[in-house]
Design a protein around this ligand. Structure first.
Ligand SMILES: Cc1cc2nc3c(=O)[nH]c(=O)nc-3n(C[C@H](O)[C@H](O)[C@H](O)COP(=O)(O)OP(=O)(O)OC[C@H]3O[C@@H](n4cnc5c(N)ncnc54)[C@H](O)[C@@H]3O)c2cc1C
Length: 460
């Protein structure tokens, strides 16, 4: 591996193919046609090699937690990308592998005619494995490009302990990065290029049919509230900046109100870039306190999560927790849990706790859970399961199965925060030891919990 610049790493030692027909951009996580450092790098490569650019996006049927909900959200962003790429002369291929009988190894086949391959450098879930495999198999250079955050992940070369350690480092350099990305244009068009790869035309009328044909979990239904794609993300961003941001500072912790951005799913699938959002927030007329509160979440907290999964290979287990947490967990692992629930009861949202059940309902019905109840949701699963390991496994499964924004660095940092990650010790108590504790009674008093509970009942 060789670092090319602060956002780009060369993942293998191969040399460019002299007989190539194109440069290939394998779009995995940054599913957008602007504000995308990987696409900009790929266009520059194509222009340098005097070759056209082909953009390939694939959707498999067998990735963990693949469901109607996740597939629909992704497919809702396909047609707009095709149109946007067509306008600028770039051939875009979308391949939906529906089941085991469909063609395999599409990237490897496309790689044969590529001068170089550019792909997205995302620090968790299935992407690091994909990138390792393609870098080993391809006979041409493979570049991983980081368009995850406002600041490149490479600016922080080790795992940060908490928000208070990364915040000053971010503040020092943020102004250098809060600038619009200079977009690039291809010099050679690729629209009529013959490419050996199946290409599936997706539009709003065939999405349901395509999803029904895939060998995926059909029990998790598409969200009726959140729809995928950059245009839908931008619609929400506009509403957020104009109507919600001015009061974000106080309203974001009120699950009974529409008081936060609800942009995390658009960020997860890369339909929106954090840079585009941060610039829109920075340029708005909202009060300084609200803008600062929002940018703290979008940049400091979010980039702390990316830093965590980039540098900690145990990010998807309790092994990644700090020493003080490991010690307190050892001391309290055998504490009696007065109430426990099976994974099935939890998934069905059938506990004694109305507020917890409501949060679970919001997630299963809509594909999102409000940030404020999400913390309580996680903490209560720690209290109501027989072991910390079981609690983690249940939280990871439910979060990643139902949430559109799941399977993300924030998913792991958020779940592990419930076990003390990125936090500090608190007063000692049973089961939690010195890990911070939350109760539904006190959390529910901080907003109109009755209104929130009643709202979630209407969702089913
Ligand atoms: C148990 C648990 C699980 C979580 N799972 C996920 C997940 O799967 N995916 C996910 O994106 N977030 C997760 N979070 C973090 C947070 O709850 C969500 O990012 C937030 O609810 C998204 O809503 P929003 O877009 O309205 O946030 P806003 O309040 O509008 O914040 C703006 C953006 O900042 C980022 N952000 C906000 N809070 C956090 C945080 N605590 N840590 C890191 N980044 C943050 C998100 O990208 C968010 O979209 C989890 C938190 C907990 C406690």
């Amino acid at each position: 591996m060789k670092r090319i610049n602060e956002r780009v790493i060369k993942l293998n030692d191969a040399n460019p193919n002299p007989n190539a027909k194109y440069v290939l951009y394998w779009m995995q996580m940054f599913k957008r046609t602007t504000h995308n450092h990987a696409l900009v790098f790929a266009i520059r490569q194509a222009n340098e090699f005097k070759l056209p650019l082909v953009v390939y996006e694939g959707l498999k049927y067998y990735y963990p937690w693949a469901s109607d909900r996740l597939h629909t959200f992704i497919l809702e962003g396909v047609e707009e990308k095709r149109k946007a790429f067509e306008k600028v002369g770039i051939r875009y291929i979308f391949y939906l592998q529906k089941d085991k009988n469909d063609p395999k190894q599409t990237v490897a086949k496309l790689a044969k005619d590529a001068a170089v391959i550019v792909t997205d450098d995302f620090p968790c879930f299935i992407i690091p494995g994909h990138n390792k495999t393609i870098a080993e198999k391809a006979r041409v250079p493979v570049y991983g490009v980081d368009s995850n955050g406002v600041i490149p992940m490479s600016k922080f070369d080790k795992e940060e302990y908490a928000a208070y350690t990364i915040r000053p480092k971010i503040k020092k350099i943020l102004d250098n990065y809060l600038k619009p990305l200079v977009e690039e244009k291809v010099q050679i068009k690729s629209l009529n290029l013959k490419v050996d790869c199946p290409d599936i035309k997706v539009n709003e009328n065939n999405i349901a049919k395509l999803v029904a044909e895939c060998d995926i979990d059909h029990s998790v239904k598409p969200s009726e509230i959140y729809h995928g794609g950059t245009a839908n993300g931008r619609k929400r961003l506009k509403k957020f900046v104009e109507k919600i941001l001015p009061e974000y500072d106080t309203a974001r912790n009120k699950p009974d109100r529409d008081g936060s951005s609800r942009l995390s799913s658009y960020l997860h699938f890369g339909f929106l870039s954090p840079l585009e959002i941060a610039l829109a927030v920075q340029e708005s007329d909202a009060p300084k306190a609200s803008k600062e509160a929002y940018l703290e979440e979008l940049i400091v907290r979010r980039e702390l999560s990316y830093n965590f999964t980039r540098h900690n290979p145990e990010y998807d287990s309790l092994e990644s927790l700090p020493a003080w947490v490991q010690k307190t967990m050892r001391e309290h692992s055998n504490d009696e849990r007065p109430v426990t629930y099976s994974p099935e009861k939890l998934e069905a949202g059938k506990t004694h706790d109305e507020l917890w059940n409501a949060a679970q309902r919001e997630m299963t019905a809509t594909g999102e859970m409000h940030n404020y109840v999400r913390m309580l949701w996680g903490k209560n699963v720690v209290a109501w399961t027989k072991s910390y390991e079981e609690a983690f496994a249940i939280l990871e499964h439910l979060n990643n199965k139902y949430c559109l924004d799941g399977r993300n660095p924030n998913s792991y940092a958020g779940i592990l925060w419930c076990f003390g990650k990125h936090d500090r010790p608190w007063m000692e108590r049973p089961v939690f030891g010195i890990i911070r504790y939350m109760t539904s009674r006190s959390t529910g008093k901080k907003f109109d919990s009755r209104k929130y509970i009643e709202w979630t009942k209407k969702l089913l």
